[in-house]
Design a protein around this ligand. Structure first.
Ligand SMILES: [Zn+2]
Ligand SMILES: [Zn+2]
Length: 85
């Protein structure tokens, strides 16, 4: 049981109440450009710099927080992989 109350100081308006981002198989990021938010969070990162596996303590990427992901691609379409000749 997780009794942690993580009340955000800045309330956000969820755009999608029933959001269902895949927790694996996709790389996601909340930064518009670059990976500043991803660098600062505890999630496991993919080679491209986006989140590969969401950390249960993360306050940015957990699906239940319904925050907007501004970058997303399938793991199989990761640009970090396409650099392999
Ligand atoms: Zn995170
Ligand atoms: Zn990627």
């Amino acid at each position: 049981m997780n009794t942690l109350e993580t009340t955000s100081a800045t309330p956000t308006t969820p755009t999608f109440p029933e959001i269902s981002f895949p927790n694996s198989g996709a790389h996601i990021g909340r930064s518009f450009l670059g990976y500043a938010l991803e660098d600062a969070c505890p999630c496991v990162k993919a080679p491209c710099g986006l989140v590969d596996s969401i950390d249960p303590t993360c306050t940015e990427h957990r699906p239940e927080l319904a925050k907007t992901m501004r970058q997303i691609h399938d793991a199989s379409a990761c640009p970090a992989l396409s650099t392999q000749a």
